[in-house]
Write a protein that binds this ligand. Structure first.
Ligand code: 16G
Ligand code: ZN
Length: 531
């Protein structure tokens, strides 16, 4: 059983405030001042998780992604680089809310017995954090939590979220046939750069990409990455001021660009230039450019999914291995036009799942090659073990087939299969645009987005909103969905849904319709129903 004296001594350093906490879609996330006890206790949970999995390495990332600089957060990563198993989220929540050391010990003991955790097993945990100033102290709180159960920890310092996922998987697969790469940031850079160079070898280089790093961890890390890429890619980094913490995500970054459908500060758009924005922990990316008539054009996660699916389908055909079936996973936020394009033009199966990476990732694993993206720019591609086997054993019966097979192999290496990764997604997009010699405008021509609007509504209690059908329908409050349906019917190409946010105390209303003004009116009317 747990050494209670040791626990009490450590716990006394991390007293719990009166607040109630929830491990949500993206872990715990809130103002950094409230996080000390939560993160200490998450350390205890990480140690338990590792012991439960026979000492496998568990990852811990301290970040609040695109949230303001004053926030921070924590999320745990399972051994293959995936999000913490869903059923453990409730344990995280329960530990964080225990009111006393006694309750804490009781809960740990109840987990030990119900989950059959052998406390004598070793525990190994690795830690990464973004550039937030509060990160250092929070790492220390987490390490104190690990000490409660004598877990071994390695602090990797500042990393992007996807790098932490990558390293976790590398450590757990080392020396096995599924080995994923060298477990370090350097190993990550080498792997991605080598694959990218193979993919663009012999092709005419594109004009430079302008990259907004949201004054976050993506800036120093992409800078660190550039030498590995050599002259295979030219990138001009903007918004790279990580020394002024208050600038993090301020009027910049993927979330700002996607939500506001406008360029970030610090970046001058000129006609046809290719630009991209990372979010604060570099697991999201969106592209954009300016049209001849000076309109801002967004190439979001849906556009990236369409581009990637198109390219992979062509490549699989060219390689002569079209037994490999490609599928795409979206959420309700995917633009209706993108879903049409995928289904009717590319003829790929499309699944819709609830918001949150874990849902998309899980569903994508059902396909041979599963492309998943949220409209907000978080996504990746996962290759099933059998698809990888086919790709690596195929030889091709013509030089053209051999070239396509080589590309597919490199593609599976350039893509971070553990989680959505802005660096890796950037290389994926740059690969496709380079191979096709496409401008962003040509990419954009695949389909035209329906105008859309996302509205936040502050309500008294968002927990009364219950959804089904991948969050596209409300079952509670009773009658509300019928009222929504009646309004939507009146709009050409109208679609709207209402769901409680998993990360903020608001309800979100999404609307799309044939024209901008109809969309705005639809959003307004549905918002009025909710309020
Ligand atoms: C989290 C999710 C993100 C999702 C967002 C929705 C992860 C790692 N992140 O940031 O995928 O789009 O929440 O937020 O799962 P919402 O529930 O407030 O709309
Ligand atoms: Zn993020």
């Amino acid at each position: 059983s747990v050494n209670v004296e040791n626990l009490s001594a450590l716990s006394a350093k991390h007293p719990k405030p009166a607040n109630t906490f929830t491990y949500g879609t993206a872990g715990f996330r809130m103002n950094a001042d409230l996080l000390d006890s939560v993160i200490f206790r998450t350390g205890i949970l990480a140690a338990l998780r590792s012991k439960k999995l026979d000492g496998k390495v568990i990852g811990c990332m301290i970040t609040a992604s695109h949230n303001p600089a004053a926030d921070n957060g924590v999320k745990l990563v399972d051994p293959m680089g995936e999000m913490l198993e869903g059923s453990w989220e409730a344990h995280a929540t329960a530990l964080s809310n225990a009111q006393s050391d006694e309750q804490l010990v009781d809960y740990i003991h109840s987990m030990v017995s119900s989950l059959k955790i052998d406390l004598t097993k070793p525990a190994n945990v690795i830690i990464g954090r973004d550039t937030r100033p509060s990160g250092v102290a929070l790492v220390n709180a987490f390490v104190d939590g690990l000490k409660v159960l004598d877990a071994k920890s390695t602090d990797y310092g500042i990393l992007t979220t996807p790098q932490l996922h990558y390293i976790t998987r590398c450590l757990n697969t080392a020396g096995t046939p599924e080995a994923y790469g060298e477990p370090s940031a350097e190993g990550y850079y080498k792997k991605l750069a080598a694959a990218f160079k193979t993919l663009v070898d012999g092709k005419t280089k594109l004009s430079p990409l302008t990259l907004d790093c949201a004054n976050g961890v993506g800036a120093p890390k992409f800078q660190e990455f550039l030498p590995y890429l050599g002259d295979s890619l030219s990138v001009k980094i903007v918004n790279d001021d990580i020394d002024n913490a208050s600038k993090l995500n301020l009027n910049s970054g993927a979330d700002y660009v996607k939500t506001g459908q406008r360029a970030p500060v610090g970046l001058k758009l000129t006609s046809q230039d290719r630009c991209a924005s990372f979010d604060g922990d570099a697991d999201r990316i969106v592209y954009y450019y300016q049209d001849e008539d000076s309109t801002f054009k967004l190439l979001d996660g849906d556009k990236i999914a369409g581009l990637a699916a198109m390219f992979i389908i062509d490549l699989v055909k060219a390689a002569g291995i079209d037994s490999i079936k490609v599928g795409v996973v979206q959420t309700a936020y995917a633009n209706g036009a993108s879903t049409q394009y995928l289904r009717n033009t590319l003829n790929v199966p499309v699944s819709c799942v609830p918001t949150g990476v874990k849902h998309l990732h899980h569903e994508a694993l059902k396909y041979d090659v599963g492309v998943y993206f949220e409209a907000n720019g978080h996504g990746t591609v996962v290759f099933s073990p059998s698809a990888l086997k086919t790709i690596y054993s195929a030889e091709g019966s013509s030089p053209a087939q051999a070239v396509a097979i080589r590309s597919l192999r490199a593609l599976s290496e350039v893509i971070n299969q553990t989680v959505g990764d802005a660096f890796s997604d950037l290389l994926l997009v740059e690969t496709i645009l380079t191979q096709r010699q496409w401008s962003p405008k040509v990419w954009d021509q695949a389909y035209t987005d329906l105008p859309n609007r996302l509205v936040k509504v502050v309500v008294q209690d968002r927990s009364i909103f219950k959804t089904v059908d991948a969050e596209r329908k409300l079952v509670e409050p009773a009658g509300l969905q019928d009222a929504i349906d009646a309004i939507v019917l009146k709009f050409r190409d109208g679609r709207s849904f209402v769901r409680p946010s998993g990360t903020e105390d608001v309800v979100r209303v999404y609307a799309e319709a044939a024209t901008r003004s109809e969309t705005d009116e639809l959003a307004h009317r549905i918002g009025g129903l909710v309020f």
